[in-house]
Design a protein around this ligand. Structure first.
Ligand code: ZN
Ligand code: ZN
Length: 226
């Protein structure tokens, strides 16, 4: 039997390449349980020109402005607001950074903002970020962050930021006055990775523990600020 040379394999894979492309065009909507045909692809294209390959029926494509997106990319674009027009702000197609930061600041809003508010000193006020910001770090990698700044007549006195770095999009960092004071993987991400289903009650308990963890760090760090 003669062996298959490397050049033969290359030829085979090139010949087969168009098949998944054709299959994609007639595939169904990506939404679980939806049997409708997929009519449009997610419009997300990241800063390197990589596009999202998922396709959806009209009902499950999420529209923002004139474009339609999958769930993750709709939340990414919404999280960045006007900055989503800048390719340098966009996370890679498979990176959940911006949407995760935004989700935590939304779902955990009352707990987290409450912790910041309880640390205010006389004359101080809170400025809240409405969208996620992207910052370039000293090593060149990016970080998505959103949070609260405390200001007084003299200027900004503290900032509390929920961050996700480019290097690990499951790890949430709590940074207070430029110091990372806590890191955690949200429980729903841990469970999804482990393919673990839980009851709504357990899910709610885990989430409130997670926000309680962040809240506790905000309170204890702000309590001893100078
Ligand atoms: Zn659908
Ligand atoms: Zn997408």
């Amino acid at each position: 039997m003669s062996g298959i040379s490397v050049s033969d394999l290359t030829a085979v894979s090139l010949l087969e390449a168009p098949v998944p492309e054709r299959a994609m065009a007639v595939a169904g909507c990506r939404e679980r349980g939806c049997t409708a045909a997929a009519l449009a692809r997610c419009a997300y294209v990241d800063g390197r020109g990589h596009s999202c390959q998922t396709a959806w029926c009209h009902q499950h494509l999420r529209e923002i402005g004139a474009e339609g997106y999958c769930r993750r990319h709709a939340s990414t674009v919404a999280a960045l607001g006007g900055k989503s027009k800048d390719p340098r702000a966009l996370p890679a197609v498979d990176h959940r950074g911006a949407s995760l930061v935004n989700w935590i600041c939304t779902e955990g809003h009352s707990a987290l903002q409450g912790a910041v508010a309880s640390a205010l000193r006389p004359g101080e006020v809170i400025f809240e970020d409405r969208t996620v910001n992207v910052v370039r770090q000293s090593d060149g990698s990016r970080r998505w962050e959103r949070g609260w700044r405390i200001g007084a007549r003299s200027g900004l006195t503290s900032k509390v930021l929920v961050c996700v770095e480019e290097s690990d999009d499951a790890l949430v960092l709590l940074a207070i006055d430029d110091q990372v004071v806590a890191v955690a993987v949200p429980p729903w991400i841990t469970r999804r990775r482990a393919h673990q289903a839980v009851t709504d009650a357990l899910d709610a308990r885990d989430r409130s523990q997670f926000y309680g963890f962040l809240l506790g760090h905000i309170q204890s760090v702000l309590a001893v600020r100078s």
